[in-house]
Each structure stands twice: as structure tokens, then as C-alpha cells.
Ligand binder design. Structure first.
Ligand SMILES: Nc1nc2c(ncn2[C@@H]2O[C@H](COP(=O)(O)OP(=O)(O)O)[C@@H](O)[C@H]2O)c(=O)[nH]1
Ligand SMILES: [Mg+2]
Length: 340
């Protein structure tokens, strides 16, 4: 098993050492129990240096232009606004050898070549909860390393959007204009997550269609946000090819952030996210412990066999398994810690 030296990693993160930052991310992505223990130590150590970045989620269906947008926007943020930019992705379907990531690598080539940029593809295929956890913890590593803008790309397939909106301050949704059916395939629940919407590829022959789509979507947003108090996501157009509209999109993102800050909503949002993460972690640890407990495994086969022969009901079986788990749980390496 790969060896990690937490002291060395923390020092490397503090110094902005790219190789050690990358190694730290590899550590927090790992699901091996020994690695998790080290990752906890690492995250604990860097905790005071986290939380300072502007966290922005970027979603849109495959082909919407997310990677191209992040490349163009990222270069501007570094060169015109002096930011240090980190790019992460949440794509539970991705695999490290798969085409989508290679595609992204080439689309983000300009950005990835800059010194003040760190691009990391999605942790490879796994359940969404695990991928989201790894991405969130990677974000903390990158914040501690001094990246002050973190862009989190996600694929437009529902649950991963929800996971990303649970880790960012501002959620930017990219849409492509398809004349006639602008609103088809856009799920209302996802639209409701959006803080800013941009119709991409507003260039050449597509420019006019993009503007029409933006107007229609703005009207649709008015209809779905019936709650007058709730802020309505602005709908803009942009092109990652010509650069048109990119400044306006970033200004809208900044405006959303400023509104969050002035209303005290930013800390409220982050606290709510922390509570969600807390319970997610508790649930993950519990189900992992349940799944791997030898005591549970020892009775599970017998319980299932009795279920098959109808000598035990599911309810009784569940009691037996939970009883075994309750006995086993005292030996789990969680340790007892109080909250003070
Ligand atoms: N005309 C035009 N094409 C674009 C623009 N942005 C992206 N594309 C193209 O759209 C396709 C999908 O882009 P990509 O960034 O990979 O989308 P992703 O799947 O959302 O990451 C590629 O062929 C891009 O070259 C744009 O601003 N204008
Ligand atoms: Mg992409």
C-alpha cells in the first residue's frame, strides 16, 4: 500500500508544492481505512487554512460547453483578475481512462498550462456519495494551498448537481440553445438550484438563437420562482470561443456572492452544508461499518437462509443483524470523542 507522510503533505500544501498537493488529493480520494485515518489527520491539520475560496459549481448536460467555458473563464480569472484557480469535477460515471476526461484535458489545455491553476479530474467511478466526499475534501486541500477560486464541474444528470450545489457558494448552470425546445430536457428541480444561468455558444450562426433562448428562459424562471422574496437567477448569454459575455457572467456570479455576503446568507449556506456533510459522513461510516463487520457477516448468511426457508421473518432477521451490529460496534475504531 502506498505510503503517505502527513507532515510532509501539510508542509507541501502550505508551500503550494504541486506534486504534494496532488498526492494529498490522492490520499483524500482513497477509501482504504488506513488512508482514511491519515486523510482525517491531514484535513484536521489544514482546517484553519480552509474556507477562504470562492466556490462555484458549474453544471450543464454533456456537450453544453462546460470544459471549454471553464478553460476560457479560468484563463481570464488568472490573467485579468489575479486569481489562483482550481478546477475539480464530480462525475460518478467517469473512469480515469475514459474518453470524457481525455477530452476535458485537451479542452482545458490553455488553463492547465498556467502556473496559478490546478486541474483535477473527477475521482474515478464510484458511488456519488464517495465521489462527492472526495471532491469536497480535495476542495479543502486546494483552499489550504491558496487557490482562491474553486470551480467544480458536474455532469447534468440530476443527483450530482444536488451534490455539487451542496458544496459550493454559487451554482452556475450552462445551457445550449436548441431552437423550438429550449426548455425540454431541463429539469425544473435543477433550474431551481441555479443561481446564475448562461446560454453558451452564443457565437456565429447560433448567436441569435442563444438570445431568444435566454429571453424565453428568463420568462420561464419568472414563472417557476413564484416566491417573490426569493432571488431570481439571471439568464445571460456567452461564448467561450469569442469571449463575449464571459465578463458579464462572472459579474453575475460575483453579484450573487455579494448578495449572499450582505444578507449573512453565505455563512448560513455554509453552515447548512456542514450539517448535511456531518450526517452524510455519519451515515457513510455506519453503512460501511455494517457492510464490513465480520460479526454481521457471520449471522447474515444464516439469517438469509432462514428467510429463504421461511423460518424467520424479515423483521426478526433485521433484529438479529442489528443485534450483532450493536455488539460489534463497540470495537470499531471511531474512538470516543466529546464535542467540546
Ligand atoms: N461555437 C461554440 N462551440 C463551443 C463553445 N464552447 C464549447 N463548444 C463546443 O461544444 C462541444 C462540447 O464542449 P465541451 O466543453 O466539451 O462540453 P462539456 O461536455 O459540457 O464539457 C465542443 O465541440 C466544443 O468545441 C462556444 O462557446 N462556441
Ligand atoms: Mg466536460
Amino acid at each position: 500500500m502506498r505510503k503517505f507522510d502527513v507532515d510532509k503533505l501539510v508542509e507541501g500544501i502550505t508551500q503550494g508544492n504541486r506534486a504534494l498537493i496532488a498526492q494529498s488529493i490522492t490520499l483524500v480520494e482513497s477509501v482504504k481505512p488506513a488512508h482514511r485515518e491519515l486523510a482525517h489527520q491531514l484535513l484536521q491539520r489544514i482546517q484553519p487554512m480552509t474556507g477562504k475560496a470562492f466556490r462555484v459549481g458549474i453544471s450543464g448536460v454533456p456537450g453544453a460547453g462546460k470544459s471549454t467555458f471553464i478553460n476560457a473563464m479560468g484563463v481570464k480569472l488568472v490573467q485579468e483578475r489575479n486569481h489562483r484557480v482550481a478546477v475539480l469535477a464530480v462525475d460518478p460515471s467517469s473512469s480515469r481512462t475514459g474518453g470524457s476526461i481525455l477530452g476535458d484535458r485537451t479542452r482545458m489545455a490553455d488553463l492547465a498550462a498556467l502556473d496559478d491553476v490546478f486541474v483535477r479530474p473527477s475521482p474515478s467511478a464510484g458511488h456519488l456519495g464517495g465521489v462527492a466526499r472526495a471532491t469536497r475534501e480535495s476542495m479543502l486541500v486546494l483552499e489550504a494551498a491558496g487557490y482562491d477560486v474553486v470551480l467544480v464541474e458536474t455532469v447534468g444528470v440530476g443527483q450530482s448537481e444536488v451534490a455539487v450545489s451542496g458544496m459550493v457558494d454559487t451554482f452556475l448552470m450552462l445551457q445550449v440553445a436548441r431552437t423550438g425546445d429550449q426548455l425540454q430536457g431541463i429539469k425544473r428541480g435543477i433550474l431551481e438550484l441555479a443561481d446564475v444561468i448562461a446560454i453558451t455558444k452564443a457565437d456565429g450562426d447560433n448567436e441569435q438563437a442563444a438570445r431568444v433562448a435566454a429571453r424565453e428562459l428568463a420568462i420561464a424562471m419568472k414563472l417557476i420562482s413564484s416566491d417573490n422574496d426569493k432571488r431570481r437567477a439571471p439568464v445571460l448569454t456567452c461564448s467561450s470561443y469569442t469571449g463575449d459575455g464571459l465578463d458579464e457572467v462572472w459579474e453575475a456570479v460575483l453579484k450573487h456572492r455579494a448578495e449572499l455576503e450582505s444578507d449573512g446568507d453565505l455563512s448560513a449556506r455554509r453552515h447548512a452544508q456542514q450539517r448535511d456533510w456531518l450526517w452524510n459522513m455519519v451515515r457513510d461510516e455506519l453503512s460501511e461499518a455494517l457492510r464490513t463487520s465480520p460479526e454481521v457477516q457471520a449471522v447474515a448468511a444464516e439469517v438469509e437462509a432462514k428467510l429463504d426457508t421461511e423460518t424467520l421473518s424479515a423483521l426478526e432477521g433485521a433484529q438479529v443483524i442489528l443485534g450483532a451490529f450493536a455488539d460489534a460496534i463497540t470495537t470499531f475504531p471511531w474512538g470516543r470523542r466529546s464535542a467540546d
